[in-house]
Ligand binder design. Structure first.
Ligand code: SF4
Length: 303
């Protein structure tokens, strides 16, 4: 029933479903972590045109790589892919070997093994977890879900089975499930109280305040490479220390964060990248920096 439903209703048109190239599938899986499918659809093919192989990824500068990744957020994912490209020429088939590589956790290793190498292994992402919790009426740990996924796996068509569960979770067994359209309805133990087994609402954005210094000298702006995990490797404004001359604030959502940015006119000292202001407006800088540049006109009032 499940595979028949998948044949008819599955998302077969997704470009990463039309390849068994392990590197391409790996790229799609990394992009899809914490990023909506629609956004990944815009970035996946241009990324592969620019970096069609692990070897080409290895040769890329961080700047080129991050420019190509721009819009997907969580830049450390891209940097981890480059590290993988520096370590291996081809992706290993073995799940344990895959999990030794930077940025590849249990889910990604299993997804590559299943979708690229057609191995008979379970895959559990958030959509599959929701289906399994409801179908088997499970309230236990992730370990229990993986165990159940392994027992439930259709060993004759493991890849299609995993993809079918994934699509069922994203199209039918959604937050408010459409059980009347579900191929598993007859045997589903949780259909009468689906929220008991999966009630995670939309994830709230975490609130975060960031304080940046805007300092412009000779029409050049001071920038610095981010060392934190957020925006890692990208150019940002320097952190404000004195926080005395507030230019303004703005809201900015980035991945799981609802950020309030406080922008100060503040002289900075130390090693900075000085970028021509006109160039900065067109450069591949995080949107948050571009938004801060709008305070440029007010800056001269303070200096
Ligand atoms: S019957 Fe309803 S609750 Fe059960 S798996 Fe299908 S959509 Fe989810």
């Amino acid at each position: 029933m499940l595979l028949r439903w998948f044949k008819q209703h599955g998302r077969h048109d997704l470009p990463w479903r039309q390849t068994d190239n392990p590197y391409h599938i790996y790229v799609s899986e990394i992009m899809l972590q914490q990023t909506q499918v629609e956004r990944v659809l815009q970035k996946y093919e241009p990324f592969l045109q620019k970096f069609p192989t692990l070897q080409s990824l290895r040769m890329a500068s961080d700047e080129e790589l991050l420019a190509q990744w721009s819009g997907l957020g969580y830049y450390r994912r891209a940097l981890a892919m480059k590290k993988v490209a520096e370590l291996v020429d081809t992706l290993p088939k073995n799940i344990q070997e895959l999990q030794k590589l930077p940025g590849i956790g249990k889910y990604t290793a299993h997804a590559i093994a299943s979708f690229a190498f057609n191995q008979s292994v379970p895959v559990v992402d958030v959509n599959i977890e929701r289906v399994l919790r409801r179908f088997f009426a499970l309230t236990g740990s992730q370990k229990e879900i993986w165990q159940k996924a392994s027992e439930f796996l259709d060993k004759t068509s493991p890849k299609e089975h995993n993809l079918a569960l994934m699509d069922l979770g994203s199209l039918v067994c959604v937050q408010n499930p459409k059980c009347e359209n579900c191929p598993l309805q007859k045997s589903c133990k949780g259909q009468n109280e689906p929220q008991t087994y999966w009630s995670k609402g939309k994830r709230e954005h975490e609130r975060l305040d960031l304080h940046y210094a805007l300092f412009i000298k000779d029409k050049k702006i001071a920038l610095t490479y981010s060392k934190g995990s957020m925006y890692k490797g990208m150019l940002l404004l320097p952190e404000a220390k004195k926080k005395e001359k507030l230019l303004g604030t703005f809201k900015h959502n980035y991945t799981k964060y609802a950020i309030t940015v406080y922008c100060y006119a503040e002289e900075v000292e130390g090693d900075f990248i000085w970028m021509d202001l006109a160039k900065a407006r067109n450069a591949h800088l995080p949107t948050l920096v571009k938004k801060a540049l709008k305070f440029y006109d007010d800056f001269s009032k303070f200096f």
